[in-house]
Structures are given as structure tokens and as C-alpha cells.
Design a protein around this ligand. Structure first.
Ligand code: ATP
Ligand code: MG
Length: 381
């Protein structure tokens, strides 16, 4: 029997979505095919320290969330490649003694984390330096996907529809807030949405109905980011699609059936997402017509390509309630993976089980790493 592939499940992280990550990770470890994979849970605590967990001990305790054991030894990832044959080696240090423990190793990393410092290219950069195979988007697409302004510029450049918006930097706001307000009235109008460029979970997002509320919304959004999007409000249905890289290298990515989020609040706010159990209805499949589905799928596929995505992404669209027109809203390069999350649910509804989805993602990570290792790093005449 061939040896099992050692999958380091990286979870937790220093973002506001830490707790969601613990839930996503719990579902991932429960669904990974243990006939093929050995699970190594590596937790990143809220301070940013990495902990190497004893899998059997931790996995026995997994419920809705995968816990973090703060007494577990710390992981030190080398900032350079380690042996290719026996996987990536990491050093473990016990907090108490600081003595290095024997080297441990894994074959591939599955980052199951969301938000800044988790899916924005920073972790991906660290994994690139260590020359590790990892699931999902690389540095560039992760970083671009996290910045709603840069993502929209590339999407617009690819000829895909977006809602009109302007991006306002903190410095511009301090210098010329009255000009910015005139520009918003002229070019965007009210109601509009004010949202931080790099947050998630609707943190700092405001619907502003008139110029009177604009300053307060901007000042709140600026607590979370130094760049803010001011966007025309559309009366829209929220349609999402799951995209998965094709296992046949070079073929078009696969796109799932659509799902719909129907918030019961004025918009899909933080309260509707996390505090109100009945904050939104999640509908899979979305009740849209076949030609509408086809159009939404083609936008999702082209968005995935336009942002240079690899592995997976969830593409969120707005569908205008009056005209039926679709607009790209955002892309999530490490979407939620809980048992009830849209990404795995949309694949289940499209014929790929949660378990198969995880296996496919790991295979894609390994083959991409192998492919990249064959590239020359120096000029070879
Ligand atoms: N232009 C808009 N028109 C109508 N509703 C909007 C608009 N922009 C945002 N919204 C509402 O606000 C919600 C949150 O906005 P958005 O999806 O842009 O950011 P986010 O949800 O914080 O990011 P993430 O999905 O990465 O967590 C949307 O789901 C939608 O309900
Ligand atoms: Mg969103």
C-alpha cells in the first residue's frame, strides 16, 4: 500500500474571521478521505503563533469547531526549501523549554482561513518561500481578490460588468472631503454603499441614503481600512457560484450551479450574517432561468481567469431585480468551508461531494507544485 499524503490543515489565523475558520477546519478534517490522507492540524492562534497539534488527541475533540491547544509546540517554518523527498520539514519548539524538537514534515498545506493575513497572499507568500505545495490561489490572485478596488479594475478590464464606484484613499478624504462628496453626488448618487476595500464579513459596510449620513459612514469605514469604496446601491438579488480549477490542466475551470443569499435585513450586514439566525435564507439552487444561470456561470468563469485564480474561488454576483442584469461584486479565494457554507454546498448540488472536492483540491495543489518545480529559475541558453 502506498504511503498516505500528509496534509497540514492550517486554521485559525489573525483575522476577524478566526472563529469561522475553526468551524471550516472542523468540517474539513471530518470530511478528508483518511484512506488517502494523514491529517496534521496546524493552528494559528490570534497572536499569530503556529501550533503543531497531535492529530489523534485533537481530532477526538472536534465538534462544531476545531479547537486550538495553546500548549502544543510551536511550529517554525523554514524560509527556504527543505528536502524534496520527505516533504517540507518544520522545526517544533516547546514553549517551556525552547528546545527544538525532532523535525516534523508534511506534503501539502490546506489553508482553511479567511480574511486579511489569511487569504490575502501573505500566508501564500510564506508558503512559496518554503517551497510547499498548498491548496488554492497563489500570491497574486489572493492579494488581488482581497482588494475590492483592484479586483474590480481587472474585472472591468476583462469586459465584465461591475456597479459604478469610486475608491477613496484616507489621505484624499483628509485633504478634500468636500470635493469627494460632490463627486459622489454627481457620479454615484444616493443611496450608495460605503465599504472598506480589504475587509470581509460586512464589517464597516454602510448603506447611505443621503449626503447627510455620508461623513459618518466614511469615518466608520476608515477605522478598518485606508481605502474605501463608494458604490452605487443596486436593488439586487445576491447570486453566488463556486469555481474549481479543472483537473485536466489547461481546460476551462468548472463552475457549479448558482446559489442565492436572500437577506431578511436591509442588506447582508454583519448582523444578518452572524448574529441573527434568520438573517438570510440560503437557496441552492438559486431560482433563476437556465439562460440566466448560463450567463452567471460564464461571468464567474471569466472572473476566475481574469484574476489569475487557481484551485478554487467563490464568485459573488448581484442580479438587478428590475433588469435582470448581472454585476460582479466580489471574489473569495478561500471561501467558507463549514458544513453549511455555500461553496461546498453548491458543489454537492452540482454532483461533487465534499470529500471528493477536498481530494480534488489537494491533487490540484500537488500537481501545480510539481509543474512549478520544473520551471527554470535561471537563464539556460
Ligand atoms: N453596491 C451594492 N448594492 C447593493 N447592496 C450592496 C452593494 N454593496 C454591498 N452590498 C450589500 O452589502 C453586503 C456586503 O458587501 P460586500 O459583499 O461587498 O462585502 P463583504 O461581504 O464585507 O465582503 P466578504 O463577502 O468578502 O465578507 C452585500 O452582501 C450586499 O448585501
Ligand atoms: Mg460579500
Amino acid at each position: 500500500m502506498s504511503k498516505k499524503i500528509r496534509v497540514a490543515v492550517l486554521y485559525g489565523g489573525r483575522s476577524g474571521e478566526h472563529e469561522i475558520s475553526l468551524q471550516s477546519a472542523a468540517s474539513v478534517v471530518k470530511n478528508l478521505d483518511t484512506s488517502k490522507y494523514e491529517i496534521i492540524p496546524i493552528a494559528i492562534d490570534k497572536q499569530g503563533r503556529w501550533h503543531w497539534n497531535e492529530a489523534p488527541k485533537l481530532l477526538a475533540k472536534v465538534g462544531k469547531s476545531l479547537p486550538i491547544d495553546p500548549s502544543a509546540p510551536e511550529v517554525i517554518l523554514p524560509a527556504g526549501p527543505s528536502s524534496e523527498e520527505s516533504g517540507t520539514k518544520v522545526v517544533l519548539a516547546h514553549q517551556n523549554t525552547q528546545l527544538p524538537q525532532p523535525l516534523q514534515s508534511f506534503d501539502v498545506v490546506f489553508p482553511v482561513m479567511h480574511g486579511p493575513l489569511c487569504e490575502d497572499g501573505t500566508i501564500q507568500g510564506l508558503l512559496e518561500l518554503a517551497d510547499v505545495a498548498y491548496v488554492g490561489c497563489g500570491v497574486l490572485s489572493s492579494a488581488v481578490g482581497m482588494d475590492k478596488d483592484v479586483a474590480k479594475r481587472l474585472i472591468r478590464d476583462a469586459g465584465l460588468p461591475i456597479v459604478p464606484y469610486i475608491a477613496v484613499k484616507h489621505g484624499d478624504w483628509l485633504r478634500s472631503s468636500s470635493q469627494i462628496k460632490s463627486q459622489v453626488t454627481r457620479e454615484i448618487g444616493y443611496p450608495c454603499f460605503v465599504k472598506p476595500a480589504n475587509m470581509g464579513s460586512s464589517v464597516g459596510v454602510h448603506k447611505v441614503s443621503s449626503a447627510d449620513g455620508f461623513d459618518a459612514a466614511m469615518n466608520d469605514a476608515l477605522k478598518y481600512d485606508t481605502k474605501i469604496l463608494v458604490e452605487k446601491a443596486v436593488s439586487a438579488r445576491e447570486i453566488e457560484l463556486a469555481v474549481l480549477e479543472n483537473s485536466q490542466y489547461g481546460e476551462e475551470p468548472l463552475v457549479s450551479t448558482a446559489g442565492e443569499i436572500a437577506p431578511t435585513h436591509d442588506f447582508y450586514s454583519y448582523e444578518a450574517k452572524y448574529l441573527d439566525e434568520n438573517g438570510a435564507a440560503l437557496l441552492i439552487p438559486a431560482k433563476i432561468l437556465p439562460h440566466e444561470l448560463e450567463l452567471a456561470q460564464s461571468i464567474a468563469r471569466r472572473a476566475f481567469a481574469a484574476l489569475d485564480c487557481e484551485g478554487l474561488a467563490r464568485v459573488d454576483l448581484f442580479m438587478d431585480k428590475n433588469t435582470g442584469a448581472f454585476y460582479f461584486n466580489e471574489i473569495n479565494t478561500l471561501p467558507g468551508f463549514t458544513q453549511i457554507s455555500m461553496y461546498p454546498k453548491m458543489w454537492e448540488a452540482s454532483g461533487i461531494s465534499y470529500r471528493d472536492l477536498l481530494s480534488r483540491l489537494i491533487e490540484l495543489a500537488i500537481t501545480r507544485h510539481e509543474r512549478k518545480q520544473k520551471l527554470y529559475r535561471e537563464y539556460c541558453p
